[in-house]
Design a protein around this ligand. Sequence first.
Ligand SMILES: Nc1ncnc2c1ncn2[C@@H]1O[C@H](COP(=O)(O)OP(=O)(O)OP(=O)(O)O)[C@@H](O)[C@H]1O
Ligand SMILES: [Mg+2]
Length: 214
Amino acid sequence: MSKRIVFVSQSGNVMKSTLAAAMAVEATINDLDCAIADLDIEHRTSLQLSEQRSSLGITPTLKVYGVSSAKQAIDCFNDEALQIIDAPSRATSATTVISKNADLIIQPVPPSKKDMDLAIESFYKLSDAGIDVNKMLFVLTRVGSQVELKNAINYLSQVQINNQKINILTSALWEKVAYRGAINDGYVITETQYATLNGNAKAVIHQILTLLLK
Ligand SMILES: Nc1ncnc2c1ncn2[C@@H]1O[C@H](COP(=O)(O)OP(=O)(O)OP(=O)(O)O)[C@@H](O)[C@H]1O
Ligand SMILES: [Mg+2]
């Protein structure tokens, strides 16, 4: 049976495309058929990374469909076991449509008050549109220190929508020059030169996949 994850956010540069690509790589190396629908018409980050990997001979290659609307994003898949939609930032109406057709809705969120407040507001809007709060997940990204992480988890865990808390992934992703460098070179965040950083990224991705497949 297919499962679908969508990465959405109001804020830009929060690691949506970064997580989508790393998840596709991890799924593929674990023999899970996987594709990404790249809904970001302006940036085409996922599509470009896939082309960069193919041209440099980096494996596994990524299967990415470039789509131009929420409807196309939903319709483009071919029964892949794991279907990932990489949405652009600030795409409010498309976000609602793709979220209604998802098993898990992930908002990567850096630990600034501005980003966290925007992310909270987005989940309120999705709930108002009838989407189940249980399908929503915050993943803290670009975190600078343990104290910052603790404070951010504390802030987000106060949020309740219809008396329900929103899920927060216990693993988080750190702001690291090596992640940026890997992406520049066509790799994903589980493929840096540093085993600890790769392990940290894998932990986040496997925790998400476990939630999705349970
Ligand atoms: N953990 C990290 N540490 C340092 N730099 C990072 C990290 N994650 C991502 N980056 C850098 O930030 C850039 C933007 O990340 P990404 O494209 O994943 O964000 P996005 O949420 O998809 O942005 P957009 O809203 O434009 O779609 C990456 O290309 C990379 O250079
Ligand atoms: Mg993106």
